[in-house]
Ligand binder design. Structure first.
Ligand code: AHR
Length: 385
């Protein structure tokens, strides 16, 4: 389903010499970027430090990509540099795929992709590399929310518009647009769902353990703040809240330590993404702690990637709060507007949904706004990214 009402038809063109030179430089830059450790919990190829042109893929997003073609007024390809966070999660894989599906040569784009392996210095270096290459646009999913003003000023001075996706930048407004969703709302929704679920099931919340995402990431800050607000309002005890770095290994490690330190003291675990939840499930199983629909621990997760929803459907994760990774079509629309000399909206919000395994809680409210909960079925899993 295209998020845009109109189909945009644009002429395709050949890559000019400037673009060819930029691409060669991009390849050189990629080779100079050194990976900084870390482990991938996703099934996809590790593209650390890789720079590549985008490939077409045949999946549900292809129709979206076909609607978002772009070329410059002289018919040459539009060069887009994308400084991606890394490859730490299934969600991240879906986000990368979204860009690779949309920013294809067939759609009139040259994508220069850098996987920053969750390293902020690498991400700043990648953006500066894009400036040197004189790309037409820069996309950033900022690993952390601060430390951006200097490099964004450099982008501005170079006349290259920046589009921020997903995570936010809190110390600069020198970008053309941001595309994403509200992390604090996700945390608030998780908290209000938990309250409604505990009431419906007669569960008294004894102790809550949180496995946070990467320290300093707006995803972590927003989800933590939103959930904490609800915990405070209902007087819940958060026993501990530690960084699991949005990875499966990180989630497992933190949960193993929690199972030892807080044995018998907790009955709610909040994982700030699905991959952390997968790791936490392994740790709880190994420690003899039951979780999910029939277990002692209510397990809540964020992202709602396909594998996460499969666990929700099985009742092993009680509820999963979506983050939409398919920003690229919206970014392409922003680029179209900028190419046409128009001013895009500075904040573009994408829709997201809340999922659970049965009808126990079919709706609840966040700040007075009605929230609907979707029960995961085979069709829901199949339709997910
Ligand atoms: O910024 C989005 C978060 O980053 C997702 O929740 C997580 O899976 C990813 O690593």
């Amino acid at each position: 389903m295209s998020p845009f009402s109109g189909v945009i038809h644009l002429q395709k063109g050949c890559m000019n010499m400037k673009k060819l030179f930029a691409l060669v430089l991009a390849l050189c830059m990629a080779l100079s970027l050194v990976a900084c450790g870390g482990s991938s919990s996703s099934d996809t190829e590790d593209t650390t430090g890789d720079v590549s042109t985008a490939d077409s893929v045949e999946d549900a997003e292809a129709s979206v990509a076909a609607d978002t073609e772009g070329t410059t007024s002289d018919g040459s390809l539009i060069t887009v540099g994308f400084a991606q966070v890394g490859h730490e999660s299934d969600w991240r894989t879906a986000s990368t795929q979204s860009c690779q599906d949309v920013f294809t040569e067939a759609n009139g784009y040259e994508l220069v992709f850098v996987d920053c392996d969750n390293d902020s210095a690498t991400q700043l270096e990648a953006v500066r590399g894009f400036i040197q290459q004189e790309v037409d646009y820069i996309i950033i999913d900022p690993i952390v929310s601060t430390g951006w003003d200097t490099v964004l000023t450099e982008c501005e001075d170079a006349g290259i518009p920046v589009i921020v996706i997903d995570r936010t930048i809190d110390d600069s407004d020198k970008y053309a647009a941001w595309v994403g969703s509200n992390f604090t709302t996700e945390g608030l929704a998780a908290g209000e769902w938990l309250n409604a679920y505990a009431e419906a099931k007669g569960i008294e919340i004894s102790g809550i353990l949180v496995i946070e995402g990467t320290t300093g990431a707006s995803a972590t800050l927003g989800r933590t703040e939103g959930f904490q607000q609800i915990a405070d309002s209902y007087g819940w005890t958060i026993l501990d809240s530690q960084d699991g770095d949005f990875t499966q290994d990180g989630g497992q490690e933190v949960m193993e330590s929690y199972c030892k330190s807080y044995e018998g003291q907790f009955n709610v675990v909040i994982c700030q993404n699905d991959n952390e939840a997968f790791g936490a499930m392994t740790a709880m199983t190994n420690a003899g702690v039951s979780y999910g629909e029939d277990g002692d621990v209510t397990l809540i997760s964020f992202d709602a990637c396909t594998a996460g929803l499969e666990y929700v459907q099985q009742g092993l994760i009680n509820a999963d709060f979506e983050r939409n990774p398919l920003a690229a079509p919206f970014v392409a629309e922003v680029i179209e507007q900028l190419e046409a000399g128009e001013t895009p909206e500075t904040e573009i919000y994408m829709e997201e949904h809340w999922f659970t395994y049965d009808e126990t809680v079919s709706s609840f409210t966040v700040d007075g706004a009605e929230q609907t909960v979707t029960v995961v079925t085979d069709e829901v899993v199949e339709a997910q990214y």
